[in-house]
Design a protein around this ligand. Structure first.
Ligand code: ADP
Length: 303
């Protein structure tokens, strides 16, 4: 079983010709609502890849929270520990997607900010202990991430951290982490360098490993991913597709990666599987609406 501890948001997506500049109002060609949040997206990705997912998250006592919980339940995710905050609203994300598939996002974290260590009662912790892997991202309070990572590491649960969205990482966290999966921007912040080329990504991966993380996987967008495992580096090229909307590409990558690993796949093969799953997601709009199913990934639509 795979535990995902993280955020739930309702995404409100507009498609527009371009992303507006400050002070500007432009017309959208389309609007749709779609459940999102990095935690939720990754939990759904785990479920659609055939993984047995436990999702721990916090929503508001409102229509968005109830709708999200119900949808995750229908995905086959264990939602017994989707908690509800009586005061704060559910998290929402306001997303603009331009014609090239680039996006610009504002997030109101709401109830995600009140998922705290105290919420992890013995009942939740007992359930966590049934899991062999734990996947987390940075859309919930860092004190919660630290607390759960430490707890999981002490119980030999493999901790996978996707350090997104980009923010400072406390050095303490790295000692509990088995795999870290930054994109180029996040790898840059982690190392105080600029990660733009493959060479700079290799340099950054080495620096992150030296901070004590055994496996570093840097996602490189349309260039694929760099895998660094105990000092050995390899590049997994991205599957060639036409990008429509890159929202949730990283989330699909992480969800697919942990399912492949928990099925016993070695790191480079698991990364390849994750790249194929992520590539399929960029050919579709939205966050959870773009997350593919296991059968689509192995069907060979993409090479
Ligand atoms: P994030 O969305 O978190 O910034 P990336 O942009 O690095 O992460 O994308 C994550 C993964 O999604 C990449 O490693 C790659 O496998 C896949 N991906 C992203 N963009 C494309 C693209 N244009 N074509 C094919 N695959 C892509």
């Amino acid at each position: 079983k795979i535990a995902v501890v993280g955020s739930t948001n309702m995404d409100m997506v507009v498609n527009a010709e371009r992303i507006p500049v400050p002070g500007e109002t432009i017309l959208a060609s389309n609007f749709f609502m779609n459940p999102g949040g990095k935690g939720a997206n990754q939990a759904v990705a785990v479920a659609r890849m055939g993984g047995d997912a436990l999702f721990v998250s916090k929503v508001g006592n409102d229509v968005f929270g109830r709708q999200s919980s119900q949808l995750f339940n229908e995905e086959g995710i264990d939602t017994r520990f989707m908690l509800s905050d009586e005061v704060l609203p559910s998290g929402v994300a306001l997303i603009t997607v331009d014609q090239k598939g680039e996006n610009s996002i504002v997030v109101s974290q709401g109830a995600n900010n009140s998922l705290l260590p105290a919420d992890f009662t013995s009942e939740v912790l007992n359930e966590l202990e049934q899991c062999n892997m734990l996947l987390m991202q940075f859309e919930i309070p860092m004190e919660t991430i630290l607390f759960i990572a430490k707890y999981a590491a002490s119980r030999n649960i493999k901790v996978v951290v996707n350090p997104a969205p980009v923010q400072d990482i406390p050095a303490e966290l790295l000692q509990y982490v088995h795999i870290i999966t930054p994109n180029e921007t996040e790898a840059g912040l982690l190392t105080g360098t600029k990660v733009r080329s493959l060479a700079s990504a290799q340099q950054a991966a080495k620096m992150i490993m030296e901070k004590g993380v055994p496996i570093v996987i840097i996602t490189l967008g349309a260039q694929g991913a760099l895998v660094c495992e105990n000092g050995r580096m390899s590049v997994v090229p991205a599957a060639p597709v036409t990008a429509i909307d890159t929202t949730a590409a990283g989330d699909v990558f992480n969800g697919a990666l942990v399912v492949a690993l928990s099925n016993g796949m070695p790191i480079p093969e698991a990364t390849k599987f994750a790249c194929r799953a992520a590539a399929l997601s960029v050919t579709k709009e939205g966050a959870q609406s773009s997350i593919p199913y296991y059968n689509e990934v192995i069907a060979g639509f993409i090479k």
